[in-house]
Every structure is written in C-alpha cells, then in structure tokens.
Design a protein around this ligand. Structure first.
Ligand code: A2P
Length: 339
C-alpha cells in the first residue's frame, strides 16, 4: 500500500478505542495523521501512537474535516449524532456501535465472511462493525454455511465484562478485591454483583423476553450470512472474566457434515484456529484467546439428538476480533480497494 490516510478514532479513551489505536499501530495501517477524539471529560489526556504522545480532542461536528477514515467506538448515541457529519465531510465511518448495523443501506461487515459488502459504503459513508458475539460466531459458521447450509443455530454465550467498557472492567476488579478482603462491595454498572456470579442479562430486555444483545445475534447473523431464513435463538450471559467471550454453539445443517469434515474445513478458514484435542485437554479458553486476533474453535462433535447436528465451542478476544481488529480490518479493505 503506497497511499496513506488521515485517520480519526472517536472514543479514543475507551476500552475499544484504545485497542483500535494499538491495532492501527500493530498492523502497520498506513496512517498519515491520527486524530484522537473523546468527550470533554478527557481534555488534556494524551495517548501514545507509534512512540509519540497525541493529545485527545473533543469530538465535535467539525472534527472530521480532512479525515479519510474514522473509527467510532463512543456509544450508539454519539454515532447516531456524529457519523452523518463525518460522512458529509467525505470521511468513511467504521462504526462499532449498534446504531447503524441494521440500516439496510449500511453494510455490516466481517472481513473473513462478507468483504464484498464493503463496496456498499458509498450509500451513507458508513460501515457497521457487528456485535462482538456475532463476529466470532460468523467467522466460524460462515464457511460451514457456505459448504452445507445452516438451518438453525442455538447459541449460549459467556461474555467478558470488557464488552461493557472500562467502567465494567473496574467494577469486576473492585468487587473481586472487596470480596476476597471481606469488605463491602459496590454495584454500579450491572444490576447485580458480577464478581463470582453470572448474569443472564446483557443489554435491555425486550417485549419478546429476549435481550437486545440476543436479538443482535439473531438479526446481525442473518444479515452477514445474507440468509434471512436461518433460525437462530440466543441466550447471552455476562461472566466474571475480563477479556474473551466464549460461546456454546449448536447448529443444524441442511446437508450432513461430519465433525472431521468441519475440522478440516475450519482448519483452512481465514481467521479461524482449530484447537480440538480433548484427550490432551486442548480446547479454546478466554485465558489463551485474550490478546489474540484469531477466533478459536474446539469441542467439535456431532449432536447425536438430531440427524444433522454439530456442537462447537467458540472463543475470541471480544475487544480485539470482536471490535477493534475487525474495524481495522474493514479499514484495510477500504484502503486497499476503495479509497
Ligand atoms: P470519555 O473517556 O471522554 O468519556 P468505554 O466504552 O470504554 O466506556 O468508552 C467509551 C468511549 O466513548 C470513551 O472514549 C468516551 O470518552 C467516549 N464517549 C462517550 N460519550 C461521548 C460523547 N458524548 N462525546 C465524545 N466521546 C464520548
């Protein structure tokens, strides 16, 4: 890549924004200039990029003049409000919030699965980055769907607190410290204590009894796999883990596929690493997936209760592949093929 680009990160001081900056550096994205944006709370903060400290600026409607690509991770309301200003100034927005994901004009992209959708960025100047749990699931299910067709997905998640942001990371740390020292703990971010607990509750509850997070997995998976006919049901659970989401995924395929064939297919799939040797206690865990960009899959076995069923266990770093890395990969496609 010979061209280089003016890049902005909106939400630069957050858990994902911070990782976006690191990913741009690690993946040697051709950055000509980097603008770091956050709220007034962050005035005066400096963040390091390629060994130099850059001052954080306040996100404003005029922040995007002269910017080519803006990576947004500052919450849905901020994206809804500021992404259109960025696009109007000719900047392409890669947005990590849920604000634009289901807009039919906005592409929802996982580079390993539907890179061709990036082309549709011209509709609104916005590309949506999917929900973290959805990304890691479709990276693995995409190749299976392509090969044999997926009729139905039943997924339960075990999601790390970093998905909620920095405040939740601090809350788990503070509560754990308090508990092991027999001190009073505070509950601020979640409705209940998260330390030494599990909450079957991610995002708000909806009329149908599911949470928003669960319905994101249903709707976003169908959009990315370009197949509204797939039956999907999800239960999303917050667990006291800092980094790395895990998922128990059960699929029913249209044509038969054996666990061995699934293993062989996924061994060659981009962005996937098969870790499946239970006899030697080898299976994916958040402990080993944290800090990595691959999506890990193991415990691949037949669901013996139905004709064409497969069970899988899928783990990825939710802040990296589930958010920052995926966004930077989208920016890489833009830079290579479109800008
Ligand atoms: P700030 O640190 O100034 O509050 P996280 O998801 O880890 O909590 O991070 C959220 C990110 O979004 C932070 O960088 C935060 O900045 C930024 N942010 C939140 N609200 C706004 C806003 N209204 N304008 C600009 N940035 C915002």
């Amino acid at each position: 890549m010979s061209k280089s680009f003016s890049v902005a990160v909106a939400g630069a001081t957050g858990a994902v924004g911070n990782q976006m900056i690191k990913c741009l550096e690690e993946r040697e994205f051709p950055v000509k200039s980097l603008k770091l944006l956050a709220s007034r709370r962050s005035i005066g903060r400096k963040i390091s990029f390629r060994g130099e400290l850059t001052e954080v600026e306040v996100l404003e409607e005029s922040s995007f003049k002269g910017i080519d690509i803006a990576l947004f991770s500052a919450g849905g309301d901020t994206s809804r409000r500021f992404a259109p200003y960025a696009a109007a100034d000719g900047c392409v927005v890669v947005d990590n919030s849920s604000a634009w994901r289901m807009d039919p004009e906005v592409p929802l992209v996982v580079p390993e699965v539907n890179p061709h959708s990036v082309a549709r960025y011209t509709n609104k100047g916005i590309i949506a980055n999917p929900n973290c749990s959805t990304i890691q699931m479709v990276v693995v299910l995409g190749p299976i769907h392509k090969r044999v067709g997926i009729r139905r997905i039943v997924v339960s998640t075990y999601q790390a607190v970093s998905g909620t942001g920095k405040k939740a990371i601090d809350e788990l740390l503070d509560q754990t410290r308090a508990m092991i020292n027999f001190l009073e703990y505070q509950v601020r971010v979640y409705p209940h204590r998260i330390a030494f607990n599990c909450l079957p509750h991610i995002d708000a509850f909806l009329e149908n009894g599911y949470t928003k997070e669960e319905m994101k997995m249903v709707n976003e998976t169908r959009k990315i796999l370009e197949d509204p006919s797939i039956g999907i049901t999800a239960t999303t659970v917050r667990v006291p883990i800092f980094f790395g989401h895990s998922e128990s995924v059960n699929i029913e395929t249209k044509e038969h596929i054996s666990p061995e064939e699934v293993r062989m297919l996924l061994d060659k799939a981009p962005g996937v690493k098969v870790m499946d040797d239970p006899k030697n206690n080898l299976y994916p865990m958040p402990l080993q997936a944290a800090g990595k960009d691959e999506t890990f899959v193991g415990r691949i076995r037949a669901d013996e209760s139905i004709q064409n069923g497969i069970n899988l266990w899928i783990v990825a770093d939710n802040v990296r592949k589930g958010a920052a890395t995926n966004a930077v990969q989208i920016a890489e496609i833009l830079a290579r093929d479109y800008l």
